[in-house]
Write a protein that binds this ligand. Sequence first.
Ligand code: ZN
Length: 292
Amino acid sequence: MRDFSQDHDWLSINTATVRKQRGAEVPLDRIIDQCAERGVRAISPWRDQVAAVGLDKVAKQLKAHGIGLSGYCRGGFFPAPDAAGLKAALDDNRRAIDEAKTLDAPCLVLVVGALPGALDGKAAYKDLGRARSEVRGGIAASLDYAREVGMPLAIEPLHPMQAADRACINTLEHALDICDELDPERSGMLGVALDIYHVWWDPKLQQQIARAGNQRLLAYHVCDWLTPTRDLLSDRGMMGDGVVELKKIRGWVEAAGFAGFSEVEIFSALDWWQRDGAEVLDTCIERHKRVV
Ligand code: ZN
């Protein structure tokens, strides 16, 4: 297992972690500068943050700072109530793949979607099986284009508490089953983004990480699970403040061959988004060395 205690060479910052500072939205170009000032070598930005600054401008700024990506957030949300909706989702994923390519991302992260409309409290249907079938179809179609341009797709299984509204792929095993079905040759073009917030509780976690292996482990996201958790979406903990055995899980991931970045992804409306960005980034670096 790699020693992280001496430096933060393998730390990546998911830019959602510092998108709000002292409660106010901070533009991505400012976040990139803050990361560069601290010698952070990689980030994972969100599409809306990139769009707000401008795709080419962000690409240029990253290059000037020598900062790479550990992933691009995000594609997915495939299910829809009708054919036009399904087509619109595929078109949007195609654009996300192109953007990821422009930014030279190692993968596009997929939050696959669930019951269409549920995020706004108005599910168009209740058939989770149908949603899963539309997700499978959407990944298959997007994979054709991803292969064409050379942009790996990383399915992120989400905690089952988000099965209705954000993602109906909820375990690493389920994600890997789809990978094996659509990419049996393990080409490296389809894999998973393993986010400990979503999978830490899974009794099959170690076994499925070993099954995934290096070809399927495309991204590794860290934070912590707080007790109690006050908000299902945006009360993630800073590494070391919760109950996840971070070093143990990284040990499993590295034993499977993963040698990439540990990407810090913390949605924290109640705590870290209320603080100064400098404090948040400095804490991420310190915790990365000590507890990740
Ligand atoms: Zn994640």
